[in-house]
Write a protein that binds this ligand. Sequence first.
Ligand code: SF4
Ligand code: SF4
Length: 387
Amino acid sequence: MANTVIESDLSLVRDITKLGGGSLKKCFQCATCSVVCNLSSDDRPFPRKEMIWAQWGLKDKLLSDPDVWRCYQCGDCSVYCPRGAKPAEVMGAIRNYSFKNYAQPKFMGTLLSSPKYLPLLFAVPVILFLLVLNGIGALSAVPSGPIAFTRFDNYVDVIFVTVSVLVLAALGTGVLKFWKNMDRNNTHGEAYGTTGIFQSILLAAEEVLTHRNFKKCEANSIRFTGHFAAFYGFIALFIVTSIVFIGDRVFHMVLPMGQENPVKVLGNLGAAALIIGCSVAVYNRTARTQQAGESSYYDWLFLGILFSIGVTGLSTELIRLAGDAPAAYWSYFIHLVFVFCLIAYFPYSKFAHLLYRFVAIVYARYSGMSEPAQAAEPEKPEVKSVA
Ligand code: SF4
Ligand code: SF4
């Protein structure tokens, strides 16, 4: 009989504990969590197997597991876990571990993993934008004339285009490695070719855009509401920013737009949806900890940056309309700092879940893993947490 070699990384439990999965060791493998999870499928039940892999230090298995990303952290499994092992939080911690592990360069993953580096992360954009202000002489005197943020365009473009290129390279490297790892360790999906890659991409896009599986959350359904609002608020703002960027730089569009302009209306609605969505998420994570579970540093950092972008974007516009030039420019400055943090730290923060989840769903469809909807709806057991 062939020997099976298990490569165990003994530091994994410590790392997962630090990243929000401190209850991991309580698991006694009863499998209740996999039974109650509405997203788990018959051929690849989760999250019990991830709990075992994490306890045994099977780092490679976890890093190449698409099911880690098919979980939306609804918390149903944690509610029913008889040991209080909080599998939902452990799954979240494994995803945090993945951001850190796939990060290139590695030191960026470390910088984003602990609050002690937060001042440094914010110091970078603050110093950069102070240099910009100094470069155009706006530090010593408020620019004269009407309030126009376009006067910073040349400097802002250089910073954001450079950062975007670096971020795309880092994301591409991480995602490629993730795909290769999933493929190397795939022992379930023999049915390649049943669903072509383009069809798999379309199916994954449909799942993400409709939040179809996210809706199946029961214990913590409010999480779906907050995520849906923040997601579409962000999409609206992304579309508006792209239109303004291309319109301004290529077609020399007249800015600022009037309040009745459809692009402006979309921007304002997007900002409102983002703020509302983030507020719901904050409420859920602070006032409903029993259902939402404990939040990690990754959760708060990402939520804080998104929320701040919505608030500073809206306040910058209101202050500009009020005609207070110094306050408007400083508000814009703070807004740019948060936008920089969102974009520059994308591959290393929770923001990256957007891409890794999408890629994992594409891979699941492409490799023939069954959809949760194909599994029989599990009957919820009468179990109460004892820990
Ligand atoms: S329900 Fe709890 S104890 Fe049972 S396998 Fe899942 S995490 Fe472990
Ligand atoms: S948190 Fe929800 S989606 Fe994730 S494993 Fe638990 S029950 Fe399933």
